[in-house]
Design a protein. Structure first.
Lengths: 504, 99
């Protein structure tokens, strides 16, 4: 490949669009009462409805409708007064009915707008075409060959995921992002993820497929100086599927921009097709060609009645929409007094909610940040967990910090206590009591330990008395050792200096 | 004047994965065209003021609360499957040799 992303930007103008599928975290599926859960034994969360058995009848999940409307509102969409479901017909083994229940010409939510904040604070507004409800498909496992669909001998299907509620969010065509195209795309998907988490309607975990992105992209020649870029017609586009991490979105766009720029510069056509993203090679390969114009023969789903949310309900739901993630971040940063770097690191580590909850549980913001971004981030890294997966709660951290602030334990002991919490020994206070870890604040015990240490090292006492106050460190160390680290080092130092008759 | 051509019927048959002989297409395109043309007469009667009707019964918002109901067991689910393996439905290879 000869064109790099940056070089391509000198000659071409990218135009793109993104489809995001969000799996909702309802207890049950979209159209039946089977559990919506990840990781169950195959084909145990299935029933006649989601297996598409003859005579079964779907019924909409009210909670899923509510979640879809709330998401639409958070994306600034209008909510249609009457929307219908439609059948999208196609044959694929992960689709038991040979059609997917989706929405076609009357999606629940339409015409929205989402502000996306880039790393340097630039705000880019992405137009939202629609957000509609549909059902997920089952999961195919290919047997034989290399384990992929190509060359497989046969496939096995688990329908547990079939019928899980999805909301598909479709952007309008995005123009004018130029060299920031990859960055805008990534930030857009990150914002959607933050929004669904903020709404509590999905955990948005891309690595588990709860949030999936397809990226449409085309290039057109860059307009000459002074010419109107938007007057240049669009090129043919590719649709890259299966882009399942934020980093992959950026990389997939880099790859497609380079690939298409190469073709166009050689005078070859870009084929309008679906392409698959490969995480291992950072490249895309062609899937089925869109030239066989997909014909899904959509028609209104006769087994489901229209969804007509009352205006009162919609307004009630509007009241439950949290503030925009970027605005919330700006507010929290101000309240917490974090630097830009501290804030960016906390966001990148998925620690914002954890820090916020720790602060709500009574800890100072900087202390909460230090725990989550320091000791806990290290532990998470070692155990290959994400921060939210660690077996410790914000309340535990606030309790631990409270023990330090009240002088019952010191920083060093606190780390031991935290290790105990992570190992499932219980809450911090209980661990301190069970293990007898409280700081020795009884002066007579400390004085005895200091005297013993001074007697063992008489030369040190002489040095301190000569004015070499830093020599006291050796005695502090000896006392800390004798008390198994449970002494308050500052207090020990005061006692040593008093014994030596020196002012601290 | 038929609104449904023989090519339309062939295309629909292909989309629906129904094998049709030339005789099938000749016969069915005539019959289907007659049906489509008959239904099209409705459009001549219904004016602009009559919305297209997908659901004739005036009902909406029939929802279910989000409560888990018993599912089938794996054995029940796979009972009528032509083939099963490892608790899953076994299906023939999805992509043909040319793919």
């Amino acid at each position: 490949m000869s064109y790099t992303y940056d070089e391509a930007m000198k000659d071409f103008d990218p135009v793109f669009g993104i489809e995001v599928h969000v799996e909702l975290n309802t207890k049950t599926k979209m159209f039946c009462g089977c559990a919506n859960e990840f990781g169950a034994e195959p084909n145990t969360n299935v029933c006649p409805v989601c297996l598409g058995l003859p005579g079964s009848m779907p019924v909409t999940n009210e909670k899923a409708v509510e979640s879809a409307i709330r998401l639409g509102l958070a994306l600034g969409c209008s909510i249609r007064e009457s929307s219908r479901f439609a059948r999208k017909n196609y044959f694929y083994p992960d689709l038991a009915k040979d059609y997917q229940i989706s929405q076609y010409d009357e999606p629940t939510s339409y015409e929205g707008e989402l502000d996306v904040v880039l790393d340097d604070g630039t705000v880019f507004t992405v137009g939202i075409e629609r957000a509609h409800m549909e059902e997920d498909a089952g999961k195919n496992t290919h047997v034989g060959g290399s384990g992929g669909i190509q060359g497989a001998d046969y496939s096995l299907v688990d329908y547990n995921r079939g019928g899980v509620p999805l909301v598909e969010i479709v952007t309008k065509t995005i123009e004018g992002a130029g060299e920031r195209t990859a960055e805008v795309a990534r930030a857009y998907v990150a914002t959607i993820r933050d929004i669904v988490r903020g709404l509590g309607i999905s955990d948005g975990r891309m690595e588990q497929g709860r949030l999936r992105a397809d990226v449409n992209l085309s290039l057109r020649p860059k307009a000459a100086d002074g010419e109107d870029q938007s007057a240049v017609p669009f090129g043919k586009r590719s649709e890259t599927k299966n882009v399942n991490s934020l980093r992959a979105i950026e990389r997939a766009i880099h790859f497609e921009v380079g690939r298409q720029a190469d073709l166009l510069s050689k005078g070859e056509p870009v084929v309008q097709e679906t392409r698959h993203w490969h995480e291992d090679t950072n490249s895309t390969t062609p899937g089925r060609s869109k030239e066989q114009a997909e014909d899904y023969r959509y028609f209104p789903e006769p087994d489901l009645l229209p969804v007509e949310p009352s205006r009162e309900w919609v307004e009630e739901l509007r009241g439950t929409i949290p503030e925009h993630p970027a605005k919330m971040r700006a507010r929290l940063q101000e309240e917490w007094g974090f630097s830009d770097l501290e804030m960016r690191d906390a966001v990148a580590a998925d620690a914002l909610v954890l820090i916020s909850d720790t602060v709500a549980a009574g800890a100072p913001a900087q202390a909460a940040r230090k725990w989550w971004m320091g000791e806990l981030a290290r532990t998470a890294n070692e155990r290959e967990f994400t921060l939210p997966e660690l077996p410790v709660t914000p309340a535990d951290i606030a309790e631990l910090q409270g023990l330090i602030d009240s002088g019952r334990i010191n920083d060093k002991i606190a780390r031991q206590v935290l290790a105990g919490v992570l190992d499932g020994e219980g809450a911090p206070t209980a661990i301190v009591e069970a293990r007898g870890l409280e700081v020795v604040s009884d002066d007579s015990a400390l004085e005895a330990a200091v005297d013993e240490a001074l007697a063992a090292q008489p030369d040190v006492l002489a040095k301190i008395q000569e004015g070499k106050v830093q020599a006291a460190g050796a005695i502090v160390g000896a006392v800390m050792k004798a008390t198994k680290g449970q002494a308050d080092a500052g207090r020990v130092r005061e006692i040593i200096l008093a014994r030596a008759g020196v002012e601290g | 004047m038929s609104t449904l051509s023989r090519a339309d019927v062939a295309r629909l048959a292909a989309l629906a994965r129904i094998d049709m002989t030339d005789e099938d297409l000749d016969r069915l395109s005539g019959q289907l065209a007659a049906i489509v043309d008959s239904v099209a007469l409705v459009a001549e009667v219904a004016g602009e003021d009559v919305p297209a009707t997908s659901h004739p019964i005036p009902m909406s918002n029939v929802h279910r609360t989000d409560e888990v109901r018993p599912s089938l067991t794996q054995d029940q689910a796979l009972d009528a499957a032509p083939e099963a393996e490892d608790g899953r439905f076994r299906v023939p290879k999805i992509l043909g040799e040319e793919a």
